[in-house]
Design a protein around this ligand. Structure first.
Ligand code: SF4
Length: 89
């Protein structure tokens, strides 16, 4: 998971730091969000998703790893014999 924040959009509502204070903090000067790490450990990822959901201005973006590709490539693969699929004219 990768987390990013748009501080230009943030309005300092502090919802995120209340939900997951180990991942989000507030800038003392400007009051906008401070992201403590862009790659949260598994224990903080549920909180990161919740924070992104409840942020009133959608300033938090979550990028999930594309695990689907890995599982697809580890499947049975395609069969080299394609004789049965040949369409004769
Ligand atoms: S919840 Fe959204 S608007 Fe509020 S501080 Fe966090 S990022 Fe900023």
């Amino acid at each position: 998971m990768r987390v990013s924040v748009d501080t230009g959009r943030c309005v300092g509502a502090a919802q995120c730091s209340r939900v997951e204070p180990e991942l989000f903090d507030q800038d003392d000067d400007e009051g906008v969000v401070l992201l403590l790490t862009p790659h949260p450990p598994a224990s903080l990822q549920a909180g990161a998703r919740t924070a992104a959901d409840i942020c009133p201005v959608r300033a938090i973006t979550i990028e999930e790893p594309t695990a689907g590709f890995e599982s697809a490539s580890s499947g049975p693969g395609h069969h080299p014999t394609s004789d049965s699929h040949v369409h004769c004219q």
